[in-house]
Design a protein around this ligand. Structure first.
Ligand SMILES: C=C(O[C@@H]1C=C(C(=O)O)C=C[C@H]1O)C(=O)O
Length: 281
């Protein structure tokens, strides 16, 4: 005989809460389907052209807005994880998307950063050199390249940024967006599209100074022209010193401050969202 006795109070409470969760899941699923339909309309309009559909600045602006209004028991890092999957699912609707990664070593953490950013369903291929990762992108095999963030004092042969084909190729994102553990290596996403501003950006400005140029003189010249540099990385060669400054704001080619720099060669390598703080430990 079927058991027709009423459920115990604890079971009844769980059943009621699960019914509430089911209703919310249906509502969220409806919203996800509606959101995807809007993105499909965007794709159908061809308004974004034929380049990669990824717009890292727009994604950062969405996340920044949501994190600013976020409250309750869900960790900020979880909100970022959920929306990363939403972004990549909606990027995929607009055409194929894949990433070419260069990681200096199997344990370096760069592949993990790429995987966390682009999600488990995005095709990611690891390449043996930065040049090979960039070639995979320019050859149309991958949509973006993910390369190690520059490190001060790295050997000249590791300084892929010094040879970047800018402005054709541009840095459009820095990983991780949500500030991670201090040991996070940092990676830059390079794409064959211009970066899009998110409202709180940093830009990469490369200048060629004379061989043996002092770091303090380069920093002074940048500050004198009105740039607020958040980091300064040097790559020294016998003929010249290449300096890579991360500066506050979204830098455009027509910015008048560029003309007041004392060096003829100054190249904007791209821009990305300033990282946002993670969860308090
Ligand atoms: C929908 C767009 O395309 C992509 C997907 C986004 C999203 O899901 O919100 C945001 C930026 C792009 O990476 C867009 O450009 O707005």
């Amino acid at each position: 005989m079927p058991d027709s006795s009423p459920p115990a109070p604890a079971e009844a409470e769980i059943a009621a809460l699960r019914a509430e969760i089911d209703a919310l899941d249906d509502a969220m699923h409806d919203l996800l389907m509606r959101r995807a339909a809007v993105v499909a309309r965007m794709a159908g309009s061809r308004a974004k052209g034929n380049t990669t559909p990824l717009r890292a600045g727009r994604e950062a602006a969405v996340l920044r807005r949501l994190l600013a209004r976020h409250a309750g028991p869900l960790a900020r890092a979880r909100i970022v994880r959920i929306w990363r999957e939403i972004f990549m699912a909606n990027t995929a609707i607009q055409g194929g998307f894949s990433a070419a990664v260069f990681a200096p070593g199997p344990q370096s953490g760069h592949t993990r950063l790429a995987r966390e950013h682009f999600g488990p369903l995005t095709p990611i291929r690891v390449h043996p050199t930065p040049a090979r990762a960039l070639a995979a992108m320019t050859g149309g095999e991958a949509s973006v390249a993910v390369l190690p963030a520059p490190v001060d004092g790295e050997p000249a042969e590791d300084a892929w940024w010094a040879r970047l084909d800018a402005p054709r190729l541009q840095v459009v994102a820095r990983l991780p967006f949500l500030a991670g553990p201090a040991a996070d290596p940092g990676a830059l996403v390079v794409a064959p599209v211009a970066p899009d501003p998110c409202g709180e950006d940093r830009s990469l400005l490369m200048v060629e100074a004379e061989a043996g140029a002092q770091r303090s003189r380069i920093a002074q010249a940048l500050a004198g022209a009105g740039f607020a540099a958040t980091s300064l990385i040097l790559s020294r060669a016998p003929a010249a010193t290449l300096a890579l400054a991360e500066v506050e704001g979204f830098l455009r080619a027509e910015d008048p401050r560029l003309a007041s720099l004392p060096w003829a060669r100054r190249i904007i390598l791209g821009a990305y969202a300033a990282p946002v703080p993670g969860d308090a430990p």
